[in-house]
Design a protein around this ligand. Structure first.
Ligand SMILES: NC(=O)c1ccc[n+]([C@@H]2O[C@H](COP(=O)([O-])OP(=O)(O)OC[C@H]3O[C@@H](n4cnc5c(N)ncnc54)[C@H](OP(=O)(O)O)[C@@H]3O)[C@@H](O)[C@H]2O)c1
Length: 219
C-alpha cells in the first residue's frame, strides 16, 4: 500500500485519480482549494484551502503533512485560459505560470522532506507544452506554462536524483472534463493510464515525458 498525494483532487482527472488509487487500496491524500460532495463521498483524507499558486496555501498543506512519508505525488492541478494571437492577456499568462509551472515546483519544495528513496513525483503537463509537437499555434499562456512545467520536471529529475526520487512529465490525453468542455476520453480511462505510467516509473526512466497511453512524447 502506497501513500499517494494528488493535487486538484476535487474534480476532473484529479478526482478520478483519487478514486482509482483509493479503490486499489492505496492511502490517498487529496489536496484542493474547496472540497465538495464528490470528494467527500470517496472517504479519503482531503486537505482543502490549498491554492497551489500561493505560499500560504502550500505551507498549510506542508504543516498538515509534517512527518508523513509520501510514496507518490501527482501534481495534477492546472488551469487553461485559452487565447489567440489577437487575445493574448499577459495577466492570464502569468496566472497560468503561477498555477501550472510554479505550482508543481512549490509542491516539490514543500514535500521534498516527505519523499524518501524510491518515491515518485509526477507532473501532469500537456503535449501542447511540447515545442516539437506544436502544429497549430494559439494558447500562448497555456502552452508556455506547460513547456516551462516540463523544464521544472526535468530540473527536479536531476535535483531529486540523489534522494532516489524519480520524476515524470505526463500528458493525460484529451480528457472530457470542465477544462475541455467535455471533449475527449473519459477521466476513468485517462486516470487508468496515468496510474499505469506512475507504476512503471523507475529511476532509469526518470525525466521522461509520457502520454498516458504509454508512449514517449517529444520535447
Ligand atoms: N482535460 C484535458 O484534456 C487535459 C489535457 C492536457 C493536460 N491536462 C492537464 O490535466 C490536469 C487536470 O485537468 P482537468 O482536465 O482535470 O481540469 P479541471 O477539470 O478543470 O480540473 C482542474 C483541477 O485543478 C484545480 N486547480 C486549478 N487551479 C488551482 C489552484 N490554484 N490551486 C489548487 N488547485 C487548483 C481545480 O480546482 P478548483 O475546483 O478549485 O478550480 C481542479 O481540481 C491539468 O493540469 C491540465 O492542464 C488536461
Amino acid at each position: 500500500m502506497a501513500t499517494v498525494l494528488i493535487t486538484g483532487c476535487n474534480r476532473g482527472i484529479g478526482l478520478e485519480l483519487c478514486r482509482q488509487y483509493h479503490a486499489r487500496g492505496d492511502k490517498v491524500i487529496g489536496v484542493c482549494r474547496n472540497s465538495n460532495s464528490d470528494l467527500d463521498a470517496l472517504g479519503i483524507r482531503a486537505i482543502d484551502n490549498v491554492d497551489i499558486s500561493t505560499d500560504e496555501g502550500v505551507a498549510r498543506m506542508a504543516v498538515a503533512l509534517a512527518d508523513v512519508a509520501i510514496d507518490i505525488v501527482v501534481n495534477n492541478a492546472g488551469i487553461l485560459r485559452s487565447d489567440t494571437l489577437d487575445t493574448v492577456d499577459f495577466d492570464e499568462m502569468l496566472e497560468q505560470y503561477r498555477v501550472n509551472t510554479m505550482g508543481p515546483l512549490r509542491i516539490a519544495l514543500a514535500l521534498k522532506g516527505n519523499l524518501g528513496d524510491g518515491a515518485k513525483f509526477g507532473i501532469v503537463s500537456s503535449r501542447v507544452g511540447s515545442v516539437e509537437d506544436n502544429s497549430s499555434g494559439n494558447n500562448y499562456g497555456y502552452r508556455c506554462s506547460k513547456a516551462a512545467a516540463n523544464m521544472v520536471g526535468m530540473n527536479l529529475r536531476h535535483d531529486l536524483a540523489a534522494k532516489g526520487v524519480a520524476v515524470v512529465l505526463l500528458h493525460p490525453g484529451l480528457v472530457a472534463t470542465e477544462m475541455t468542455g467535455g471533449r475527449g476520453v473519459s477521466p476513468e480511462e485517462s486516470a487508468r493510464g496515468l496510474i499505469a505510467r506512475m507504476d512503471e516509473l523507475t529511476m532509469e526512466a526518470s525525466g521522461s515525458f509520457w502520454h498516458a497511453e504509454g508512449y514517449t512524447l517529444p520535447w
